[in-house]
Design a protein around this ligand. Structure first.
Ligand code: FUB
Length: 340
C-alpha cells in the first residue's frame, strides 16, 4: 500500500539521503511544482502542503491543502521570492477541499491559474482563476470548467499559439470513476492485460476559461505500437501530466504513481499518440512524484519534489529544481535524485 512504501523509504532515508539539489522553499511545505517563464522571470506554481493530521490512505485524503502561493526566481540558483497567497479555497464558490496540483498560463496580458479541487459532492473538478499579474491574487470563476473532472491540469502552449490542457489521475484522482462518461462512486479499472486508463487532453477556448472540445484520450504506446497495459505499473500513466516541446517533438511526461517514476513518451502531435521512452526521474523520498519541465535562460530544468524538509513525511513535501538534458538522439538523461 501507499503507507507501506512510505514507511520503507522513510526508515532507510537517513542512510541514503545525499540529495542532488536543495529545497527551493524552506519556510513552508510545497509540492507539485509547475514552472513557466513569463517575461524572463521563472514562476513556480506549486501545491501548498499543510499538516492535516488526516491518516494516509490510497485516496490521498492526507493531501488536504487549502491555498496556493506563487514563487519566482530571476536566475537559477538565485533568491526565491514568495509572492504570498494567490488563491484560497474559501474564495472559490464551487470548491470544498483538497486544492491539489495546479498550473498556470499567460495569454496576452492575462494570467490564468488552473487548479483541481473537490466540489460539494466530493468530486474532483478543475477550476480556473484569472489575474493581470503572474503572481495573482487570482479571481476564480463561479463554476469549475464545464466538462472537467479528475486532477492535475497541465497547460501547454504550442508554437502556433494554441493552448491544451492535459489532466487526469487514478486512485485518489478519480479518473477510474469516469469510464462511462459520467461520475460513478465505484472504482473501475481495466484488467491487467488491457490498455491502461488514459490521461486526457482538451484544447482550450480562446478566452482560456473553457474547453474548446470534448476531452480526448491520450494514447501511450510501447515501442511496438501497443498501448501500455493497466498491469504495467512501471510504465502506465498514474497522474502529473506535463507536455513540453523539444526539437519539433511533443514530450508527454507523467508519474507512474505506485512505482514512483517520472516517465516520458514522445509524439508528433499535442494529441499524441506518444511512444514510451523511459524514465526522467528515479523515485524520490516520499510516496508521490510530480514534476514539470521548462527552459530558463537557455537551459532545460526539471522541477520536482521530495520530502527532505519534513524527514520523509509524504504529505509534507518541498519543491526542487535540477538541470535536465536532452541527448543528441532526443531522449532524456535519467536523473537520480540522490547520490550513492
Ligand atoms: O499534491 C496532491 C497530489 O499528489 C497531486 O495532485 C498529485 O499529482 C500528487 O503529487
Amino acid at each position: 500500500t501507499a503507507a507501506d512504501s512510505t514507511t520503507t523509504l522513510t526508515s532507510t532515508m537517513s542512510d541514503t539521503l545525499d540529495a542532488i539539489s536543495e529545497p527551493l522553499v524552506n519556510h513552508m511545505y510545497t509540492a507539485d511544482p509547475s514552472a513557466h517563464v513569463f517575461d524572463s522571470t521563472l514562476y513556480i506554481y506549486p501545491s501548498h502542503d499543510v499538516k492535516s493530521g488526516i491518516p494516509q490512505d490510497d485516496m490521498g485524503s492526507h493531501f488536504d491543502m487549502r491555498d496556493y502561493h506563487v514563487f519566482s526566481l530571476d536566475s537559477a540558483g538565485g533568491e526565491v521570492t514568495d509572492h504570498g497567497e494567490a488563491l484560497h479555497v474559501d474564495d472559490v464558490p464551487w470548491a470544498s477541499r483538497q486544492m491539489w496540483a495546479p498550473d498556470a498560463a499567460k495569454k496576452g496580458d492575462q494570467y490564468y491559474f488552473y487548479f483541481p479541487a473537490k466540489d460539494s459532492s466530493d468530486i474532483f473538478r478543475i477550476g480556473v482563476a484569472t489575474a493581470d499579474s503572474p503572481t495573482g491574487p487570482f479571481k476564480p470563476e463561479e463554476q469549475p470548467i464545464e466538462g472537467s473532472y479528475s486532477i492535475d491540469p497541465g497547460v501547454f502552449e504550442d508554437s502556433d499559439g494554441e493552448y491544451y490542457m492535459y489532466f487526469g489521475g487514478i486512485w485518489g484522482g478519480q479518473l477510474q470513476r469516469w469510464d462511462t462518461g459520467e461520475y460513478v462512486e465505484e472504482d473501475t479499472y481495466p484488467a491487467d492485460d488491457e490498455p491502461a486508463l488514459t490521461p486526457k487532453v482538451a484544447k482550450l477556448s480562446d478566452d482560456m476559461l473553457s474547453f474548446a472540445e470534448e476531452p480526448k484520450n491520450i494514447q501511450i504506446l510501447d515501442q511496438e505500437g501497443n498501448p501500455i497495459t493497466a498491469g504495467d505499473n512501471e510504465r502506465r500513466f498514474f497522474e502529473a501530466a506535463w507536455v513540453h516541446k523539444y526539437d519539433g517533438k511533443y514530450y508527454f511526461s507523467y508519474s507512474t504513481g505506485d512505482t514512483h517514476y517520472i516517465a516520458y513518451a514522445i509524439g508528433d502531435s499535442p494529441y499524441g499518440p506518444f511512444t514510451y521512452q523511459g524514465i526522467i526521474l528515479e523515485p524520490v523520498i516520499g510516496w508521490t512524484s510530480h514534476h514539470s519541465i521548462a527552459k530558463f535562460n537557455g537551459q532545460w530544468y526539471l522541477f520536482y519534489h521530495d520530502t527532505e524538509l519534513s524527514g520523509g513525511q509524504t504529505p509534507l513535501r518541498n519543491i526542487k529544481m535540477t538541470e535536465l538534458t536532452h541527448k543528441a538522439d532526443g531522449t532524456i538523461e535519467t536523473i537520480s535524485p540522490y547520490r550513492d
